[in-house]
Ligand binder design. Structure first.
Ligand SMILES: [Zn+2]
Length: 434
């Protein structure tokens, strides 16, 4: 199984300068390759990544002599990345999903990173040997043993990270006493489980909102001032190719803003990782809803002719949903369930987990239930329900529902690798109903 594993680096000032140049190189080559791809495509040719790379290699040192100072991985990997990006685009098109074609990378707007091939780096205790640079210090030692397949150096705010792609053998990680089936209801404020556990979401974005707003305003004020100093009128957009002169104060504030964003991400990640690990460890089967985050967070803005209603409220709700990172929780559960040999069941999208009465033998669907009703009494059997807990119990029952199993066919994805610890490999990661 391939895992990615990220460790913070402690580069010297000189090493950091090289990192920045290598990221710039990767971005430059990507943009060159994409522009050339588009040009050839429009000319009726059929561009491909290896041919583009050959073309680039023929001219790179004469036209861009500065590339000689950079390790070749940083200017050869973008071609492989571009091929992957186009591949994904066409795959998504074929599947009828929303497809995004590769776009140009802009300095400061895209994630800064560059690739290092596995035979070019040596990882030790708290240090890594990288090409050109030599030894770079790491803040911690690698947490996994396994063949390194490749690595990426990337920047997040003011910090640098080494992300190792490693092939590890699946061995079931040790789990504790396990409950057989648990339903998990995902909400904005709380994650509620059918065993009675509740996890309050940290809502990091919401809590930082005020400080975030202040910093954002401060950065944009400094940009406006710079624009005016350069003779641009207030409503004017910055013309293409023109770069605002960076002021030291603006840089300082932007750094603070990036640092705050990073902190918000860290708080969120810390919560989702701890929660998904304990869920995957402490249960044999987990049942979650098949939430469509994209559908749930659609804008309410509407069109000019038909403006939407309650746009601000909906934007707030969208922010709250994205703050909990439902998609990330699902992604983590999928791979962690594989680690612990737990079966993950995703209930079909239209299963009425909130509106159904979970009392034994009842199962009445209460169509009158609205989002506001946090508690309700079943019109058929009179049982009082806590909305979220009832939903989690319904999800638990979903796995064995006679009505539901009739019309759904479970598809199981086999991992196909046996366990290293001698345990029976229970390798279905995700049984998907639909
Ligand atoms: Zn009932």
């Amino acid at each position: 199984m391939l895992i990615a594993h990220r460790i913070e680096l402690r580069p010297s000032a000189e090493q950091e300068a090289y990192f920045r140049r290598a990221c710039g190189t990767a971005r430059f080559v990507w943009n060159w390759a994409l522009a050339e791809w588009n040009r050839q495509y429009e000319a009726g040719l059929r561009p491909n990544a290896p041919a583009l790379k050959k073309q680039f290699n023929a001219l790179k040192y004469t036209e861009h002599p500065w590339l000689k100072d950079m390790h070749r991985d940083s200017h050869s990997q973008p071609f492989a990345n571009l091929r992957k990006a186009w591949g994904k685009f066409f795959d998504d098109l074929k599947k009828g999903e929303i497809a995004h074609c590769p776009v140009f990378k802009r300095k400061g707007k895209t994630r800064d990173s560059f690739y290092v091939a596995n035979d070019k780096l040596t990882v030790g205790e708290k240090q890594v040997r990288l090409p050109v640079l030599g030894v770079v210090k790491m803040k911690e030692s690698p947490r996994f043993a396994g063949k390194i397949m490749g690595a990426t150096v990337s920047r997040d705010g003011t910090r640098w990270y080494l992300s190792l792609q490693q092939e590890i053998e699946i061995c079931w990680l040790e789990s504790v006493d396990r409950r057989s089936v648990t339903g998990v209801d995902l909400n904005v404020k709380e994650i509620v489980c059918s065993d009675g556990k509740r996890y309050a979401t940290p809502r990091a974005l919401k809590k930082a909102q005020k400080r975030l707003k202040k910093l954002q305003r401060s950065v944009s004020r400094k940009m406006e001032a710079q624009k005016q100093r350069m003779g641009l009128a207030k409503p004017d957009r910055i013309p293409k190719g023109v770069r605002l002169v960076a002021s030291r104060n603006r840089e300082k504030t932007s750094r603070k803003l990036a640092e705050l964003h990073r902190k918000i991400r860290c708080i969120r990640q810390d919560f989702t990782h701890k929660m998904t690990t304990s869920l995957a460890r402490e249960n044999q089967t987990l049942v979650i809803e098949d939430l469509s985050v994209r559908g749930m967070t659609a804008s309410a803005r509407g069109t000019v002719d038909k403006p939407g209603r309650k746009v601000r409220q909906k934007a707030g709700l969208n922010r709250a949903i994205l703050d909990v990172a439902f998609g990330e929780i699902r992604r983590q559960l999928e791979y962690k369930c594989a680690w612990y040999g737990t079966t993950l069941v995703v209930a079909e999208r239209f299963f009425p987990s909130s509106k159904r009465c979970s009392s034994a033998g009842c199962g009445k669907v209460n169509h009158a239930l609205t989002l506001k009703d946090r508690a309700w009494a079943c019109p058929a059997c009179g049982t009082h329900h806590d909305r979220d807990f009832n939903a989690s119990v319904n999800l638990e029952q979903f796995a064995a529902l006679p009505g539901a199993t009739g019309k759904v066919t479970p598809v199981r994805y086999e991992l196909g690798q046996s366990g290293g610890s001698g345990q029976e490999p229970n390798a279905q990661i995700c049984a998907r109903f639909g």
